[in-house]
Design a protein around this ligand. Structure first.
Ligand code: NDP
Length: 334
């Protein structure tokens, strides 16, 4: 059996290692804003590096000293690199690598660019990861609530001999060691994150669309179908129950008819062919084929992605969703 991972709590992390350091958060988007505010509220000296635009202005309004990315990196001891993964390599080569101090700490919120070899950091710095398992807005919200969100922490390169201490201190500053930060690796984070989003989120999108089409073509009312599938919010509530109670333990909240149906029909969907497909998708991630494909898509100007998104948004269910929202007030419980 696989050993339990090491979990770090507040008592295991010490902010003093960051006390006299300047932390530059590069990028002030989902994670950048949340992590900057949390770290500042935890008493750290945080500056922001961003291009001069909308995000720059938000950071200024939030009261941060905001600099160009290269200037922020020059000033910083610790760099939290929080811009989208696909643009990180170019920004790293142009603005970060030339300005990194020897002994600096470079922190990522995802293992993607380093694990798949798009960024090869210099040898004279620490390279760490604090990857919140939560969207940015909630990283902030949960910090303010006092609970914090869990993160994966990892060390890719330990130049100072204290790289893990830095990772834990950053995790503490954003609130993650309150709930528990788990020791992982860049590879583990990158692979599991991609696989989760591709097969769970991606699989769900197309399962729901297929089921919608199937039921509507069988003559059922599209509004009723959408309500049943996800628009009532019941499925979102079930997702919360899964987190709180457990995947199968929450079954007891459903009627016996529903439980029997789920336990007998669910496995039929995850048949041999589906299992094979899931394995293929995992292989494409692990051996780097997906990362290469996505890189080519970026180089081609995201043409395929734009077409796929346009097609998805042209599907009739988008219109039915809007109309249903006007017909029924859907309020999700907190
Ligand atoms: P965002 O899309 O929110 O990042 C937006 C920020 O990136 C803005 O400051 C934007 O500034 C800047 N940016 C975008 N393109 C460029 C560019 N070409 N050059 C310079 N700056 C640019 O990113 P996320 O917060 O979603 O993701 C950041 C990291 O966090 C990623 O590694 C991601 O994998 C990870 N992560 C994200 C989570 C999430 O919930 N979103 C969850 C956990 C981890 P500008 O105005 O200049 O465009």
């Amino acid at each position: 059996m696989m050993a339990k991972p090491k979990v770090f709590y507040d008592k295991d992390a010490d902010l003093t290692i960051l006390k006299d350091k300047i932390i530059a958060v590069i990028g002030y988007g989902n994670q950048g804003r949340a992590q900057s505010l949390n770290m500042r509220d935890s008493g750290l000296k945080v500056i922001v590096g961003n291009r001069k635009d909308e995000y720059y202005d938000i950071a200024v309004r939030d009261g941060f000293e905001v600099y160009s990315i290269d200037r922020a990196v020059k000033l910083a001891d610790v760099i939290c690199f929080l811009i989208p993964d696909e643009v990180q390599p170019a920004v790293f080569e142009k603005y970060i690598r030339p300005n990194l101090k020897k002994g600096a700490v470079l922190d990522f919120a995802s293992g993607y660019t380093v694990h798949f070899g798009f960024i090869e950091p210099p040898e004279n710095i620490d390279v760490i990861m604090v990857a919140p398992k939560m969207i940015g807005a909630s990283v902030r919200e949960l910090y303010l609530k006092g609970t914090g969100c869990t993160s994966l922490v990892a060390v890719h390169q330990d130049y100072s001999g204290k790289a893990l201490d830095y990772a834990l201190a950053l995790a503490k500053a954003i609130g993650s060691t309150r709930s528990g930060a788990i020791l992982s690796t860049f590879e583990e984070e990158a692979v599991t994150d991609l696989f989760g989003e591709q097969v769970l989120a991606g699989g769900q999108l197309f399962l729901l669309r297929f089921v919608f089409d199937l039921l509507v073509s069988a003559g059922y009312n599209p509004y009723v179908v959408l309500l049943e599938l996800y628009m009532s919010g019941e499925a979102a509530e079930e997702a919360k129950k899964i987190v709180r109670m457990g995947l199968f333990k929450q079954l007891s909240l459903h009627s016996p008819t529903s439980q029997y149906g789920q336990l007998t029909r669910g496995p039929r969907m995850i048949n041999k062919q589906a299992q094979e497909t899931l394995r293929e998708i995992l292989d494409e991630i692990v051996d780097g084929r997906f990362a290469k494909e996505w890189e080519l898509e970026k180089k081609a100007g995201y043409v395929r992605m734009r077409i796929l998104k346009r097609k998805a948004l042209e599907h009739p269910l988008n219109r039915f969703e809007e109309e249903l929202r006007k017909m029924v007030k859907i309020i999700l419980p907190e």
